[in-house]
Design a protein around this ligand. Structure first.
Ligand code: SAH
Length: 350
């Protein structure tokens, strides 16, 4: 596979340009073009000869949007195709303040969560920083008429969540490079506060992330209140206990001053009766955190069932009564296979 220019920081790109015997200002032209989601070929300010030279070593178009699915509620789902033919998916959710894009960090996943479609075929490979960034660059380009903000701040995608396929902390170095590049001045310059990273709870990497000093929103997929129940749906629970996860979250809060989040997917008969609600309150009471309840998107390969709407609100009510800050996530894009990995799985099947 060829290398990817979108992996590089601006300083690295400048170095590359100088090493190719080009003038420094070419780096700016190249960088700006790339940040606008252009292919190398599509950057008109650069000479044909130079672009051909670049393409001998670098991918012209690291990712393309293979298909777009439109939900009745405005949500868009994408199937992205990488240069080596691998597929990942992404979602764009439209809000008043701007667009939130959900990105994938790996092709497949090796965490093996029982409710998740992304992990069905295991991990195929990690995505590079530039491959992750490119998901956003091409979606921004697709929506270039929906820009909010002005000047350098102008963009369609204002918020990013690392909640697509893959476990971001299992691809730590590339994800970190992606985070540094996307928040960089002069690049997309997305504020870390507008970025959420979701992990199944790889504790040592949570500490490492806390020490990086990037004040993003850390979200942990909890989905249970005791280790035994958790291990039934999440194999990673055998390696890291809930108590260790909570300690790591506390450390994250101390280091960054950011409150943290828990995702709790409601699985009927598994984790969401009254005793679980009480246990969750007991576990999280008084902590600087917020709980996002998620309705299970039933995956046809698995026989787990979603909790009914009425019971979901009842569960939420019990958490609130117990003093937790919690919300039941609005279900969006259900008509287009909103859940992680469902789209890719059905695509591969056909
Ligand atoms: N690997 C990261 C990101 C995964 S996706 C993590 O584990 O957090 C983001 C969230 O969606 C996670 O909380 C994940 O557990 C949840 N999820 C995955 N499949 C789901 C499904 N079918 N229904 C509901 N939530 C699901």
């Amino acid at each position: 596979m060829k290398k990817i220019l979108q992996d590089l920081t601006y300083a690295e790109l400048e170095e590359l340009i100088l090493s190719l015997g080009e003038k420094k200002f070419r780096a700016k032209q190249l960088y700006e073009g790339l940040m606008q989601g252009k292919t190398i070929d599509g950057i008109t300010s650069l000479s044909k000869a130079f672009k051909e030279r670049l393409q001998e070593e670098y991918e012209n178009e690291p990712v393309k949007i293979k298909e777009v699915f439109y939900s009745a509620d405005g949500t868009e789902k994408y199937l992205f195709e990488y240069a080596d033919g691998n597929l990942v998916e992404g979602v764009l959710m439209k809000y008043k303040y701007g667009y939130t894009q959900c990105v994938s960090t790996q092709v497949g996943c090796r965490m093996g969560c029982k409710f998740c479609a992304s992990t069905l075929g295991g991990l195929i490979r990690n995505l590079t920083a530039g491959e992750i960034l490119s998901q956003i660059l091409v979606v921004n380009a697709l929506h270039k008429n929906d820009v909010v903000g002005q000047g350098k701040e102008a963009r369609a995608v204002t918020n990013v969540v690392l909640m697509g396929s893959g476990e971001p902390l299992d691809n730590y170095d590339e994800v970190l490079r992606f985070l540094r590049n996307i928040t960089a001045e002069g690049g997309l310059c997305i504020s870390a506060r507008n970025i959420s990273l979701s992990t199944c709870g790889i504790v040592p990497k949570m500490y490492r992330l806390a020490d990086e000093g990037i004040p993003l929103n850390l979200t942990v997929s909890l989905h249970a209140t005791d280790d035994e129940t958790r291990a039934r749906t999440m194999p990673v629970a055998k390696a890291y206990k809930i108590a260790e996860i909570l300690k790591a979250c506390e450390y994250y809060f101390q280091k960054t001053g950011r409150r943290y989040y828990f995702e709790y997917t409601l699985i009927a008969g598994e984790n969401c009766d009254e005793t679980h609600a009480r246990a969750l309150v007991e576990l999280l009471k008084g902590k600087p955190c917020h709980v996002n309840l998620i309705r299970l998107n039933e995956v046809k390969e698995r026989d787990l069932k979603a909790l009914g709407d009425k019971d979901a609100y009842r569960f939420l009510g019990m958490l609130e009564k117990g003093g937790l800050s919690a919300t039941l996530r609005r279900q969006i894009g259900v008509d287009i296979g909103g859940a992680c990995g469902q789209l890719r799985a059905s695509y591969l099947e056909n």
